[in-house]
Ligand binder design. Structure first.
Ligand code: PAF
Length: 280
């Protein structure tokens, strides 16, 4: 596996490669990331996994500071599944003089995560555009775990006519149902036991939707209450359309439940796609 730290070295290495897949990450590689890389390997001849903790997408500097940095372990894990290239630049390589040009994403980026983390998707889009320009992949894989991010990146690629196919990957979960995330390592043993309740609250909603219930506000409220009763600080648990993440109206039945809530100082997000019965 090649480990490359500069843009010029990466460009040189990729010069004669035609069929490149890209998996952008911020490191602390877990089985969720490995599943993205494995999926990329089935779709492209050379897979470049990027590891870059992007300061621009953190609105609280301590969140940036406490983001786990586990580079050596990350290399081992990626190598063990046959990843071809790791691009792991330092901050000066990506932002040599501070970033002055930004991608300003549209309204979809201002709600949900965007509301609670202002500027987050501006930072994500800016770095992803930069990584795409450097790697020039034919395909790129993003996880459904960051559902809103995936939707925004799809929009970015489409609106800037980038010749890249965005492939969505299913979320990898622990046996308890908890979505794998780099943040899980901040949970105490007690919090780890409690954490699957976020998924459970979403499952309650999806079961109701599948049974034909359309009172989304009541379901969202009940989910929030359930979590709050068990000590969560809930940012949102909502039902939205899969396309565009709008509030569903009559006839919308391809839905997704999106949630974000904190246990102690650890903020978790998750989502669950659900298809409601077609209205007659
Ligand atoms: O999902 C992530 O890890 C990050 O938001 C990404 C896409 C690597 C951009 O920094």
């Amino acid at each position: 596996m090649e480990i490359i730290k500069t843009v010029s070295q990466l460009r040189k290495f990729l010069e004669d490669k035609k069929d490149i897949g890209c998996v952008p990450t911020m490191g602390n590689i877990h089985d969720g990331h490995l599943s993205l890389v494995s999926l990329a390997k089935t779709k492209a001849a050379t897979v470049v996994t990027t590891i870059f903790i992007n300061r621009l997408q953190f609105n609280q500097s301590d969140d940036f500071d406490r983001y786990p940095r586990t580079m050596e372990e990350d290399f081992k894990r990626l190598e063990s599944i046959g990843n071809n290239v790791v691009f792991c630049p330092n901050e000066l390589e990506i932002y040599p003089e501070g970033q002055k040009y930004f991608i300003d994403p549209p309204r979809i980026a201002k709600k949900l995560e965007g509301r609670f983390r202002p500027g987050h998707f501006r930072g994500v889009c800016t770095v992803v555009m930069k990584l795409f320009n450097v790697v020039q992949p034919r395909i790129a894989v993003f996880g459904k775990k960051d559902y809103q991010q995936l939707a925004i990146i799809k929009g970015l690629v489409e609106q800037f006519s980038l010749p890249i196919t965005i492939v969505s990957a299913e979320t990898v979960r622990a046996k308890s149902g908890l979505a794998l995330s780099s943040r899980n390592r901040h949970l105490s043993i007690e919090e780890l036991k409690e954490a699957p309740r976020l998924r459970q609250a979403m499952k309650n909603i999806s079961s109701a939707i599948e049974a034909g219930d359309r009172n989304f506000v009541a379901m969202e409220y009940a989910a929030g209450e359930l979590l709050a009763r068990h000590g969560w600080k809930v940012d949102y648990v909502v039902v939205r359309t899969q396309a565009g993440l709008h509030k569903p109206t009559d006839g919308d039945n391809e839905l997704v439940i999106l949630g974000a809530a904190s246990l102690g100082s650890t903020r978790l997000i998750d989502d669950l796609e659900v298809i409601g019965p077609k209205s007659s």
